[in-house]
Design a protein around this ligand. Structure first.
Ligand code: PRP
Ligand code: URA
Length: 208
């Protein structure tokens, strides 16, 4: 599958297993989401453009680099919020633009309820943050919004993807790289990922 980057890092595999465990409490769950986000963002930012930058060390002048691109983090509410702190640890200057979507329980289609993007884009690359890529409806809708905003480079960073959601995102937006901690088996009849981890929003916010 092109444009799909499941992490092969042992720390991701280890932490994801603890995250899936139904006995992991909300506090530990939030910690793991943040930690896995750090590792995935490290992988997802490997091709960010650099520009030359000279610095003075205490001893001499050195040729160095700084990030050329202005990065936007786009958490999909609610569950994507838990990935922001981890992403900010690596990208402290990144802007955060929230997109509020929930899945209609019957249709499983995303319903938008929050979007305060300004008229003109303020960033050149956006990293969409959402733990779950299930049917793919929420991810596709968010890429649609960001493209209309005028962002040219968009990546999706999630924890678990279902084949159904990956296929939809690839079909609608084939140029969007998809970074995941794992690809699972399938969706159940309620649109939940199997084996997955349950409801990512409820488990983070203690609302199950
Ligand atoms: C979850 C998840 C994604 C979406 C994935 O959010 O965080 O945003 O479902 O499903 P999809 O790929 O089928 O669109 P949910 O709608 O449960 O809202 P929440 O984050 O507020 O709990
Ligand atoms: N949203 C979740 O939180 N979990 C799933 O398995 C699917 C959608």
């Amino acid at each position: 599958m092109s444009n799909i980057y499941p992490s092969t890092h042992p720390l991701v595999a280890h932490k994801l297993t603890r995250l899936r465990d139904k006995n992991t409490d909300s506090r530990k769950f939030r910690e793991l989401v943040r930690e896995i986000a750090v590792l995935l963002i490290y992988e997802a930012t490997a091709d960010l453009a650099l520009e030359n930058r000279k610095v003075e060390t205490p001893l001499a002048a050195a040729e160095g680099f700084s990030l050329k691109e202005r990065v936007g983090l786009v958490p999909i509410l609610r569950a994507g919020l838990g990935m922001v702190e981890g992403a900010w640890e690596l990208l402290p200057s990144a802007e955060v633009w929230h997109i509020g979507l929930y899945r209609d329980e019957k249709t499983l289609k995303p319903v938008e309820y929050y979007n305060k993007l300004p008229v003109e884009p303020t960033v050149s690359v956006c990293l969409i943050l959402d733990p779950m890529l299930a049917t793919g409806g929420s991810a596709v809708a968010t890429v649609d919004v960001l493209k209309r905003w005028g962002v040219r480079r968009i990546k999706f960073v999630g924890l678990i993807g279902a084949p159904e959601g990956i296929a939809l995102l690839q079909a609608r937006h084939p140029e969007v790289p998809i970074h995941l901690a794992a690809i699972d088996h399938r969706l159940n009849e309620n649109g939940y990922i199997l084996p997955g981890l349950g409801d990512a929003g409820d488990r983070q916010f203690g609302t199950a």
